[in-house]
Design a protein around this ligand. Structure first.
Ligand SMILES: *Cc1c(COP(=O)(O)O)cnc(C)c1O
Ligand SMILES: [Zn+2]
Length: 416
């Protein structure tokens, strides 16, 4: 049973059948999935949801598949919690973290988009899937395609972090390291996709893939007790996640699951790659591409596919945007770990550093509810932390050596 009516151009509104269509042939706008919300309203109730499995597929009616889900059955429904120690450090009253750094199985929010994309790719009859990736998508397509028994071609920029390379190779994909930026990788993939009959999850089946990001938004609303925060800070690479959380809150309102949603959206990027932040600050319509130079490689997309939609989502909500330098990113990664016990990757450092900045500027008020979106895991981006965390105290295996070396730490502790 499917609730998908078809595809619709985001710019001119022209309709398309639910096939492999990804750009409007009239205006070259992006297309997105359109649903029969009246029919969904009758089945997707709070009571119905309460008894469903805790995975992203609990919102199945709002996802663009035809039959039953077949990929990523254990993905989604990640932790959401109140972050009081971090709130104190930032000087705010009500702060929450949505934590996809522990997403199953590949430790980033990309498990959401890939679960949906591969379920749909199988329905279309593809036996080979592919992607252009800044790292996390590579990990997730590699893993989910392995479990689904699909052939997989993964394209990454050649300078990716070791953690992201290893966490792709382990699943034995065909991994292709392209000597160029992500934007060059993506352009190459568009060319390859036009020639070979593969499902490029972020290109030719992008309208289906992108819908998976909505589940991050649905979960926030449900885990907050069917409420939304007053402010939400979201990292952006291609700008899809921020756009789709916006769509998610709107849909829940339309379905009567939320009484109102007046959330202000804030876009977080690294200073070394901030094309969307620049566009928002200029209140402009056109996103000017940049050449990335940042440690936040998972966000290093210089020519974001959904930059315009992301900008519109933020400005229409009354939100804003900021960027963070490499040093600010590292400091924020440390702050999140020290206060909340969460080890996030550089992208999470970007989001928290930007949150801190927006609070200090007075853009986000200190007495209103705030959600910080943590989307990836720190074990994958260890390079920038080398020599930034101090080191272990090395001792001989004797009590004397322990006391000699740790004198300053244990003085005043009364021995037994
Ligand atoms: C891909 C990615 C994002 C941003 O996703 P977009 O939808 O492309 O904006 C955010 N955080 C992490 C960790 C990612 O891997
Ligand atoms: Zn169009």
């Amino acid at each position: 049973m499917s609730y998908v009516i078809g595809l619709k151009c985001r710019e001119c509104g022209r309709r398309y059948p639910k096939e492999v269509v990804f750009v409007c042939e009239y205006c070259f706008g992006g297309v997105e999935v359109d649903y029969d919300y009246d029919a969904i309203r009758r089945v997707l109730t709070k009571t119905a949801l309460a008894s469903r499995p805790k995975s992203l597929w609990r919102y199945r009616e709002l996802l663009p598949i035809e039959g039953e889900p077949t990929v990523g059955l254990t993905s989604g429904f990640t932790p959401f919690f109140r972050a009081d120690r971090l709130a104190t450090a930032l000087g705010v009253r009500e702060l929450y973290i949505k934590d996809d750094s522990v997403s199953h199985p590949t430790l980033s929010f990309k498990d959401r988009v890939v679960s949906v994309a591969l379920t749909r790719a199988k329905e279309f009859g593809f036996d080979t899937v592919a992607c252009a990736s800044t790292g996390n998508l590579a990990n997730s397509v590699s893993a989910h395609a392995a479990k689904a028994g699909l052939k997989r071609f993964i394209f990454i920029p050649a300078d990716l972090e070791m953690g992201k390379v290893i966490a792709s190779l382990i699943y034995q994909p065909t991994l292709i390291a392209v000597e160029g930026t992500y934007d060059e990788v993506n352009r190459l993939c568009a060319e390859i996709g036009a020639k070979y009959p593969w499902a490029f999850v972020n290109i030719n089946i992008r309208p289906y893939y992108a819908e998976g990001s909505k589940t991050y938004g649905y979960e926030i609303a449900e885990q907050l007790g069917w409420r939304v925060p007053q402010h939400i800070v979201i990292p952006a690479a291609g700008g899809s996640l921020i756009t789709k959380i916006g769509k998610a809150f709107k849909e829940l309102t339309l379905l009567g699951l939320l009484s109102e949603a007046h959330t202000k959206f804030y876009c977080a990027q690294a200073t070394g790659c901030a094309p969307i932040v620049t566009t928002i600050k200029a209140r402009a319509d056109i996103v000017k591409p940049v050449k990335p130079n940042t440690i936040a490689k998972s966000l290093a997309i210089g020519n974001p596919a959904d930059g315009y939609s992301a900008t519109k989502t933020v400005l229409d909500s009354g939100g804003w945007a900021e960027s963070a330098s490499d040093d600010e990113i590292i400091e924020a990664m440390k702050l999140l770990a020290e206060t909340e016990g969460v080890f996030t990757e550089t992208a999470g450092g970007v989001t928290l550093a930007v949150t801190k900045k927006l609070i200090e500027q007075g853009t986000i008020p200190r007495d209103e509810s705030i959600v910080v979106c943590i989307t990836g895991n720190g074990l994958k981006t260890q390079e920038p932390l080398m020599n930034r965390l101090g080191s272990a105290t090395r001792i001989k295996p004797t009590l004397a050596s322990f006391e000699d070396n740790l004198g300053d730490r244990i003085r005043g502790v009364s021995a037994r």
